[in-house]
Every structure is written in structure tokens, then in C-alpha cells.
Design a protein around this ligand. Structure first.
Ligand code: FA5
Length: 349
């Protein structure tokens, strides 16, 4: 007498074959797989029940059930391959796939011209022995103004029209978007003792009207060197060397006296305008020069406020406008182009 499980296996096989013949897509094939090879399939139930059969039945039913499992698996993979091939053939026949067409070019990203200028500026100072330090864009009033000798009622606060962080505006400890990178002088000196040679890059924000050389957000690089016997000659030497590296020997450099509350004496440095070759144009406000940085000898009071011995140490500092450097290098006549996100402009760099 034939064992009932063997009879059932035969039925399973017949049913699986019939149903497979009707399968026409991958989704139906997956349903077929679950029905006939899945955990709850009849075949799997027989396989799981083998252990409870008497030894002779177990041998016969086990062999037949495993054979059927292998057979169904083989049928499954064959049908899978057929369906895939049919899909590709259908696409090719419909003429949608022309394997001879050239590939689509990938858009290659590039660095923003201000980022390129910033990297070159930092590289120039790093090669002169400066370390790079970064700090917060949201800053305490204390670091941005008080600690660099700009108290609340000081007229110099007008030079940096400020974007305040509103919710603490009237607080005892007001916060703001930093208007310059000079607060980093204080943050660095609080952390280290002389000799100090650092540059600190970052975004600055000012609540002011824009024009060809002024944006409400711009990038600065602060520089600070403090040691024994640092003089104005070191400041000028360092900045001349920087200008030579960035702009080449042919550009002229001009220093003028300027006022910043945290330096004494103070100066600014300009480069002759490459757009008009110093003749005067819209970009340079008809002056022939574009100012790129403010600088000076660190005020002894600033040194004393961070606990440095102002009798022993002197230092120089500068704050450089990175967009202005990028403008000079590429002959760009309006700073607002940098952040207008016009690809026709950006793709030129
Ligand atoms: C300052 O911000 C001082 N903290 C610089 C300084 C540092 C002086 C250390 C002394 C010692 P000033 O506002 O001039 O100074 O800005 C410095 C440079 O940033 C300018 O020379 C200019 O290149 C750039 N800059 C300033 N304001 C803008 C603006 N709105 N848009 C673009 N660039 C600007």
C-alpha cells in the first residue's frame, strides 16, 4: 500500500507544476514560492513531521519530500531567469534601450570661489607658522564687543550694525551673530599662553545695506600673533608676504591709518583694483583701491584683560575679508554675485 504522505507529495508536485505554468510575472512567482516552498506550505509541514514517523516511513517520505523540495527550488530559479530575460527582451523590442548610446555625463561638483579663496588664504598663513582655530558664529556680546574694548555706549558699536538674537536681547548676557572674527582673539588667548600665532576663519553678519563691496554676511579670517618683541614691522612683513603669495608681485599694496578700539595703532590694507588697474571703477568705488583687511597692534588693555603680562608681550592682529580677496583674484565686480546662487556665475570657477 502506498503511504498517504507519498500520495500527498505527488499532489503537491502536480499542483505546483500547474500553477507555475500560469505564473507570468515576478510578483506571482513570489506568491508561488510562498505557497509551495514557504514555511506554511504543505511540503514544509510534511518535512517538519518526518521526525514523528516510524523509521521505515521516515526514510521513504524523507527522501521523496527532499527530492521534491530540490525540484521545486530548481523550477523556481529557472522561472525567475526566464522572467528576467523576458523583461529585458520586451524593453529591447520596444526599442527603449539603445546600448550603443553614449553615457550621460555626471555633473561634477566644485568648490565655491569663496571656499577656494579661504583655503588658499589659510594655506598661506599655515605655511608661515600659524595654527587654525574655529569658533562660534552665535557669540556673546561680551566677546564680540566688551572684551575687545567696545562697551555698550561706545560709538564704535555703530561700525558693526548688529543682528541680535532676539530672545535674549534684553538679557543680562546678550547674544548676537558675530559681526567680526575678533572675538576669537579673546577666546584663543583665554585658552593659551604666548607665543600665539593663530588664524581663525568664519562667517560674520552685519545688519547693513548691501552694495558692490558689502554683503550682510561675509567671511573673515582673523589673525593674531602674540610674543615678546612683536612689532608693527612683523605685522607689515607678514601681510606683505601674504599679499605676494595670493595676488602675485604685480599688485600694489597700501597701508593706511585706521581706527579699531582693540588695536593701537590701527591700520587697514588695500590692494590696487585689478578691474581698472587702479584707475577707479564701480567695484572700487572710484578709488582705485579695494580694502581687504583691518589690522593693528593688539591694545595692551586687551592683553591685560585675558591675564597676559602686557609689559612683556606685544602682539599684532588683523581681520581679512575673504570675499574681497576672491573678487580681486577673479576680477569680480559685485560681491552679491557670490551668494545669489546663479549657476551661470558659479560654474565659471
Ligand atoms: C573688522 O571687522 C575688524 N575686526 C578687523 C580687525 C581685526 C582690525 C583685528 C584690527 C585687528 P572691518 O569692519 O574693517 O574690521 O572688516 C574687516 C574686513 O572685512 C574689511 O577690510 C573687508 O575686507 C571685510 N568686510 C567688512 N565688512 C564687510 C561686508 N559687509 N561685506 C564684505 N566684506 C566685509
Amino acid at each position: 500500500m502506498i503511504l498517504p504522505q507519498l500520495q500527498e507529495l505527488k499532489e503537491i508536485e502536480d499542483k505546483a507544476r500547474t500553477e507555475l505554468a500560469a505564473v507570468s510575472d515576478e510578483e506571482a512567482l513570489e506568491s508561488w514560492r510562498i505557497a509551495h516552498l514557504g514555511r506554511r506550505s504543505r511540503l514544509n509541514i510534511i518535512l517538519r513531521g518526518l521526525a514523528s514517523l516510524p523509521i521505515e516511513e521516515r526514510r521513504q517520505v524523507g527522501a521523496a519530500a527532499n527530492r521534491l523540495r530540490l525540484e521545486l527550488e530548481e523550477m523556481l530559479s529557472q522561472r525567475q531567469a526566464q522572467l528576467r530575460e523576458a523583461t529585458v527582451t520586451a524593453v529591447v523590442e520596444r526599442g527603449r534601450l539603445d546600448v550603443t548610446l553614449p553615457g550621460r555625463p555626471l555633473a561634477i561638483g566644485r568648490l565655491h570661489p569663496v571656499t577656494q579663496a579661504l583655503r588658499d588664504i589659510l594655506a598661506a598663513f599655515v605655511s608661515m607658522g600659524f595654527q587654525v582655530f574655529e569658533g562660534p558664529e552665535v557669540e556673546w556680546d561680551h566677546y564680540n564687543f566688551e572684551a575687545v574694548r567696545i562697551p555698550k555706549d561706545h560709538p564704535a558699536r555703530d561700525m558693526w550694525d548688529t543682528l541680535w538674537i532676539d530672545y535674549v536681547r534684553n538679557d543680562e548676557y546678550p547674544m548676537l551673530l558675530r559681526t567680526h572674527t575678533s572675538p576669537m582673539q579673546i577666546r584663543v588667548m583665554e585658552q593659551m599662553q604666548p607665543p600665539v600665532r593663530i588664524v581663525s576663519p568664519g562667517k560674520c553678519y552685519r545688519h547693513e545695506a548691501t552694495d558692490p563691496t558689502h554683503e550682510w554676511m561675509h567671511t573673515q579670517v582673523e589673525g593674531l600673533a602674540v610674543d615678546e618683541n612683536i612689532s608693527m614691522a612683523d605685522l607689515k612683513g607678514t601681510l606683505y608676504e601674504f599679499a605676494r603669495r595670493l595676488f602675485g608681485r604685480e599688485r600694489r599694496v597700501r597701508f593706511r591709518c585706521d581706527y579699531f578700539p582693540f588695536v593701537e595703532p590701527g591700520a587697514d590694507m588695500s590692494i590696487d583694483c585689478p578691474l581698472c588697474d587702479g584707475q577707479g571703477c564701480r567695484a572700487c568705488g572710484n578709488s582705485g583701491w579695494i580694502e581687504i583687511l583691518g589690522a593693528g597692534m593688539v591694545h595692551p588693555e586687551v592683553l591685560a584683560n585675558v591675564g597676559y603680562d602686557a609689559e612683556r608681550y606685544t602682539g599684532f592682529a588683523f581681520g581679512l575679508g575673504v570675499e574681497r580677496v576672491a573678487m580681486l583674484r577673479h576680477g569680480i565686480e559685485d560681491i552679491r554675485l557670490f551668494y545669489a546662487n546663479d549657476l551661470r556665475f558659479l560654474e565659471q570657477f
